[in-house]
Write a protein that binds this ligand. Structure first.
Ligand code: S3P
Length: 452
């Protein structure tokens, strides 16, 4: 797929943050909504689809396998379900930068009666796929990648699968979802246990698309076992994708940390397996009001944030999976807060779109922040005077956006290089930045600029 041209984003110190915005559709839910609709019987209309590059990869892969998808607009799709019978793709399926696309598609393709190959960009081709290859092979799949880590390209010779009973060795919703999707095409029952809760969109959407799914919660409320029956048919269902909490996280954290800010984000996905950032910010002393207005399938509602000076906090253990995509912006909040913010048990950050521990440590230091890096996280020594910096994105959308937010708190100008990656999850980030922030020099509409 074509990548956005190399571009930069320049940000200056914000005077204030405020107003009411909505953010684009949830990335995890957009992938799943289109995948489930494509596998279902009948037609599904998806509204609020995220037209980011990651989700477009999933859409193109499904189209290349014979699924008809009408794009009424960038965010409204009509998906004609295939009843679970996809067609052999003529070319490798390009997952671009998206781990979700690759891991979830692999689960589906393992059970289809044809050969396929999944490819990705340089970042995705370095990410571990052994975590899906091992259990899929236990189900009887013929799948393999490159080298010991089974990195992409992944070659799959789809065929009959048998259900397994599997405990996830790592808290990963992508791995859980890959195996549950494979389970739909397997003989017998597939039973997946997670010891640490990860985002539960797949479980919710399975039920929403009428797949009988059972969930046994562990008595202590930590973790659960999810079971799906092979041969289950999904029924098409219209789906409204709420705003992506992980995109809103940049504004929530920024507003929470800027005294005087008053920002409202409406139509926002508020699934409790995703909103751990709110609890972290509350521990840091933030003032946040969350109201859930609807809970059909996925809860959504409004978050209003009032800015204050924050203090450092510790984030570790089971909470990490809930805030996994928010850790870069939590590190930024820690830099702006008084005292230390310690992030631990977050080894998974090292195998995201980039090594997010190393990337954030490098960039925070460029702004004048003192950081101690750990194998499994970092300690950010907050409260330093921030100077604007010129930093790289490491090709990672969340690093680019987190550093743009830090620029709003820095005395001099900040430039983020290679910001084309932002389009993977938040193509309108820069427009929203202009909407929520007002800048020191009045009279100038927007004190930020993007260039190529
Ligand atoms: C995702 C799960 C998370 C997250 C990613 C999206 C998903 O990855 O980091 O952005 O949609 O299932 P892991 O489950 O691998 O931690």
């Amino acid at each position: 797929m074509s990548r956005a041209p190399v571009s930069t984003l320049t940000v200056r110190q914000a005077r204030q943050l405020g107003g009411e915005i909505t953010v684009p559709g949830d990335k995890s839910l957009s992938h799943r909504a289109i995948l489930f609709s494509a596998l279902a019987d009948g037609q599904s209309v998806i509204d609020g689809f995220l037209p980011g590059e990651d989700c477009i990869c999933t859409m193109r892969a499904l189209q290349a396998m014979g699924c008809t998808i009408e794009t009424e607009s960038k965010t409204r799709l009509i998906v004609h379900g295939t009843g679970g019978k996809l067609r052999a793709p003529l070319e490798p399926l390009d997952c671009g930068n998206s781990g979700t696309a690759m891991r979830l598609l692999a689960g589906i393709l393992a059970g289809q009666p044809f050969k396929s190959r999944l490819i990705g960009d340089a970042s995705l081709s370095g990410r571990p796929m052994k975590r899906i290859v091992d259990p899929l092979r236990k189900m009887g799949a013929k799948i393999g990648g490159q080298g010991e880590k089974h990195t992409a390209p992944l070659d799959i010779e789809g065929g009959p699968l048998t259900g397994i009973d599997y405990t996830l060795p790592v808290a990963s919703a992508q791995l859980k979802s890959c195996l549950l999707l494979a389970g739909l095409f397997a003989q017998g029952t597939t039973s997946i246990t997670e010891k640490t809760p990860s985002r539960d969109h797949t479980e919710r959407l399975l039920a929403y698309f009428h797949a009988p799914t059972t969930i046994d919660l562990k008595p202590d409320g930590r973790g659960k076992t999810v079971r799906v029956r092979g041969g289950t048919r999904l029924h098409g269902h219209d789906f409204q994708v709420p705003g992506d909490f992980s995109s809103a996280a940049f504004w929530i954290a920024a507003a929470a940390a800027l005294p005087g800010a008053d920002l409202t984000i409406a139509n926002l996905g508020l699934n409790g397996t995703r909103t751990g950032l709110l609890s972290v910010l509350l521990r840091m002393g933030a003032h946040i009001h969350e109201s859930i207005s609807d809970s059909t399938c996925e809860p959504f509602g409004t978050v209003r944030v009032y800015g204050r000076k924050l203090k450092g906090a510790k984030i570790s253990g089971a909470e990490i999976a809930n805030v996994i995509d928010e850790l870069p912006i939590i590190a930024v909040a820690g830099a702006v807060a008084e005292g230390d913010t310690e992030i631990r048990d977050a080894q998974e950050l090292r195998v995201k779109e980039t090594d997010r521990i190393a990337a954030m440590a490098t960039n925070l230091r460029a702004f004048g922040v003192e950081v101690t890096e750990h194998d499994d996280g970092m300690t950010i020594h907050g409260g330093a005077k921030l100077t604007g910096a010129r930093v790289g994105s490491f090709g990672d959308h969340r690093i680019a956006m987190a550093c743009a937010i830090l620029g709003l708190f820095s005395k001099s100008e900040t430039t983020i290089e290679e910001t084309g990656c932002i389009a993977t999850s938040y193509p309108t980030f820069q427009d929203d930045l202009q909407k929520v922030a007002s800048f020191q020099e009045t009279g100038l509409a927007a004190m930020l600029s993007g260039g190529h």
